[in-house]
Design a protein around this ligand. Structure first.
Ligand code: HEM
Ligand SMILES: [Cu+2]
Length: 524
């Protein structure tokens, strides 16, 4: 290792000032850009959620108009998915994949710069919609026609933004696949790759397979809107349900795009703090692959109520339930890794353990929804909202926090404030449950989703949820403070930050030098 870095001092120079960030082709700089972008978007989309919870604190209309409420829910969903979770995972991929496979950078560094800088453009389009006549898009993140064909200019901007974000994702995926397949250090066979690298390889294939489908769907919306086609217009011979088929053929794999990298991060962290190798590595790889393949045949579980033959309903019910098998393998392996390990509970591990428990709950409510006759009752109720927030907040988001605490010392060279980290964890995990758990009951009692007002009997659980929501929102400011503090200083981090950590990223100094692995390390 020393031989690799002894000569670094001579040419570890890099451009500085603003242009360093605009023109950078360095995977670490680009990873940092992605992560900051995601964090800023998180606070933006989060503040929309706070407005939603404020309006739903009491029945009746308090703060916003119904039209604006619909804009809030739509933008919250769109930005959380495309502007927060996906860019954050891509930031992790940019920082960690080259470090973990012993590569000097990504395969296509200049394209990498493009992949990132397209995102702020899309974000400006989306956020700018609030200032247009008619306000922002309000048709839901699923963009269903006919509503989505009838809206104003914001709907066109949304279609454009989705195209731009899709182009960014596809370029990013090509980069990740090429890097992983071609730039691994000598000796690192596929079955020796860290789990995070495996999960991102499979995620990148999912992205390449599904993003063009989404692009096609929104392009058809665009031509229906402006060029006289009638793909989705029944009056012209089209079919609005066809949109749902195309959308969910993208949309269900998309939810695995939002969760497979999380599985990867958790699979790095649990072995480190249990001080044991990951249990069942090979089965983890196969389970990830199986989940990815199955994700393409279950889209119809979003459409049980549109009028589908019984045979179709049965097919989608059973195929959806089948995904619980490889997911169960993964949960079993994480628990088995912890079994009789010498565990310690630093903040990354706390978030990882919370992930395993709470994501499993989200998976179970998913299984409940997969039962067709049950879903027909629960479709478009708060039960669905509870379900997907358990998988997206205590799943995807908590894994991002876990990973950020885990690698922050490697990125910044400084230990983060463990006390504040733990405070952030406990406030988040408690308030998250206060926020989303009552939504199961609201849904079972029949409260519909995407509504600005509700009947009197839903008041108490909504108030509990709103209070949980405000605590959750405020707690996230602690995370911002922790990150800023670690960036600006703190105890010096060692190379191998965590006692039980394994892997190439821990063989380089902290912070990781601007250029790493100019000579490839050997993996035995
Ligand atoms: C892995 C991460 C997951 C994410 C991110 C996720 C996300 C979502 C989202 C956003 C919806 C709402 C769709 C809408 O707007 O109507 C949804 C619905 C649904 N999810 Fe998941 N989900 C995940 C896992 C699962 C699992 C593991 C299952 C079952 C085994 C499942 C089964 C369902 C079903 C059946 C629905 C349809 C509910 C309805 O339309 O009433 N999901 N999911
Ligand atoms: Cu689905």
């Amino acid at each position: 290792m020393d031989a690799t870095h002894a000569h670094d001092h001579g040419h570890d120079h890099h451009p500085s000032g603003l242009m360093r960030w605009v023109k950078t082709t360095n995977h670490k700089d680009i990873g940092t850009l992605y992560l900051w972008f995601a964090l800023i978007m998180f606070f933006f989309a989060g503040s929309l959620a706070m407005m939603i919870r404020a309006e739903l604190f009491e029945p009746g209309m308090q703060f916003v108009h119904p039209e604006f409420f619909n804009q809030l829910t739509t933008m919250h969903g769109l930005i959380m998915i495309f502007g927060v979770i996906m860019p954050a995972f891509t930031g992790f991929a940019n920082w960690q994949v080259p470090l973990m496979i012993g590569a000097p950078d990504m395969a296509f560094p200049r394209m990498n710069n493009w992949s990132f800088w397209l995102l702020p453009v899309a974000a400006i389009f989306l956020i700018g919609e609030f200032f247009l006549p008619g306000g922002a898009v309000a048709g839901g993140w699923t963009m269903y026609p006919p509503l989505f064909i009838q809206g104003g200019v914001s709907y066109d901007l949304t279609i454009f933004a989705v195209h731009i974000m899709g182009a960014s994702s596809i370029m990013g995926s090509i980069n990740i696949i090429t890097t992983i397949l071609n730039m691994r250090a000598p000796g690192m066979t596929m079955m020796k790759m860290p789990m995070f690298v495996w999960t991102w390889l499979i995620t990148a294939y999912l992205l390449i397979a599904t993003m063009p489908v989404l692009a096609g769907a929104v392009t058809m919306l665009l031509t229906d809107r402006h060029f006289g086609t009638h793909f989705f217009n029944a009056a012209g011979g089209g079919d609005p349900v066809m949109f749902q088929h195309i959308f969910w053929f993208f949309g269900h794999p998309e939810v695995y795009i939002l969760i497979l990298p999380a599985f990867g991060i958790i699979s790095q962290i649990i072995p480190t703090f249990a001080r044991k190798p990951l249990f069942g590595y090979a089965s983890m790889v196969y389970a990830t692959g199986s989940i990815a393949i199955l994700s393409f045949i279950v889209w119809g579980h979003h459409m049980f109520t549109v009028g589908m033959p019984a045979a179709g309903q049965l097919f989608f019910m059973y195929s959806t339930m089948l995904i619980a098998v490889p997911t169960g393998v993964k949960v079993f392996n994480w628990v088995a890794t912890m079994w009789k390990g010498s565990m310690t509970f630093e903040t990354p591990m706390l978030f990882a353990v919370a992930f395993v428990c709470l994501f499993t709950m989200g998976g179970f409510s998913g299984l409940v929804l997969a039962i067709t006759p049950v879903d027909i009752q629960l479709q478009d109720t708060y039960y669905v909202v509870a379900h997907f927030h358990y998988v997206l907040v205590s799943g995807a988001l908590f894994s991002i926090f876990a990973g950020a605490y885990y690698w922050l010392p490697k990125w910044t060279g400084h230990m983060y404030d463990e006390k504040l980290g733990k405070l952030h964890f406990w406030l988040s995990v408690i308030s998250m449950n206060i926020l989303f758990f009552p939504m199961h009951f609201l849904g079972l009692a029949g409260m519909p989703r995407r509504v600005p007002d509700y009947a009197l009997q839903f008041t108490q659980f909504n108030q509990i949820a709103s209070i949980g929501g405000f605590i959750f929102g405020a707690s996230q400011l602690i995370f911002l403070i922790v990150v800023l503090k670690a960036v600006r200083g703190g105890a010096k981090a060692t190379d191998k930050v965590w006692e039980g950590a394994e892997g190439l990223e821990w063989t380089v100094p902290s912070p990781a030098p601007y250029h790493t692995f100019e000579t490839a390390p050997m993996v035995k």
